[in-house]
Write a protein that binds this ligand. Structure first.
Ligand code: ZN
Length: 285
């Protein structure tokens, strides 16, 4: 196998090939893709390249290490598993990974960790600590459907590669407008503005999908402003960070993730919008 077999003739492919060849892979790579299988295959290539025993083309595809990675049996390649039927990887699983990554590899020169599932905000904050001071010879590979679901701080310490058509869709002005209206309505005690703002999502799935992604970004910014002292955000971000406590913002983040999941399962739009409005309202308390 090779990066080009998975990713075709693309800029991402060329970059990954060059980094692998020069043994200069960034310690944390984020693959953004709506195609889960593509992202998993790219992750496997990257793991193989990182652990490959060849001095020429990496991944060579034929050394013992490459073959084990492709067979999914390499003892130094780990997949962080979401336990207990939860929808997102929690802080517990990430802490377990962190303590594991300081233990020597079994047979290779390094270790690889895949994080395929969505992560809660707490899990991402725990991950952030290890990304700030990553141990030697450890490769983290984070897969996400949308990079906006990741905290800006996590993204800033990783190298993002958009695979397939992940980079193609630009959110519409309307989605941004609705997201801003919802963000402004959230801290208000009256129900009507929130009802009116979320009601606008009934117009369609696409605009809803984009609005939810933007809201996820807004909540991340609000958390950053509240806890990391980031400044210079728009008034509606500041409004949320001042009026809501941390638990509320984290809850809102989860509400958006769950709504995105409902949407991806093609749920009825009326049900989704009603659910969203009710859960946003509840998260404020
Ligand atoms: Zn190899």
């Amino acid at each position: 196998m090779s990066f080009s077999k998975v990713l075709g003739d693309s800029e991402v492919c060329r970059q990954l090939e060059m980094m692998s060849q020069n043994r200069r892979l960034p310690h944390a790579v984020v693959f953004e893709s709506r195609d889960t299988e593509l992202a998993q295959r790219a992750s496997e290539e990257l793991a193989a390249a990182f652990l490959c025993e060849s001095d020429s083309k990496r991944p060579c595809g034929i050394c013992r290490s490459c073959r084990k990675v492709y067979a999914g049996i390499h003892p130094d390649v780990y997949s962080v598993e979401t336990t207990g039927g939860k929808q997102a990887t929690g802080v517990g699983e990430i802490r377990e990974m962190i303590s594991d990554c300081y233990i020597k590899p079994n047979e290779a020169s390094g270790k690889v960790y895949y994080i395929f599932d969505k992560m809660t905000a707490e899990a991402q904050n725990a991950l952030l600590k290890i990304l700030e001071e990553p141990p030697q010879n450890v490769q983290f590979i984070i897969v996400t459907e949308k990079s906006t679901l990741l905290l800006k701080t996590v993204l800033s310490r990783s190298t993002l590669f958009k695979l397939g058509d992940a980079g193609d869709v630009k959110p519409s002005d309307e989605a941004l407008e609705i997201a801003v209206e919802i963000a402004r309505a959230i801290p208000q005690p009256m129900e009507l503005p929130l009802l009116a703002a979320t009601g606008r999502l009934l117009k369609g799935r696409e605009v809803t999908e984009q609005t939810l992604a933007i809201l996820g970004e807004f909540f991340t910014k609000a958390l950053e402003e509240k806890y990391l002292g980031e400044r210079g955000y728009e008034d509606y971000i500041t409004g949320m960070s001042r009026m809501l406590n941390r638990a509320s913002i984290v809850k809102l983040f989860d509400v958006v993730s769950r709504a995105q999941e409902m949407l991806s399962h093609n749920c009825n739009m009326n049900i989704l919008v009603t659910w969203l409005c009710a859960n946003i309202r509840e998260s404020r308390h």
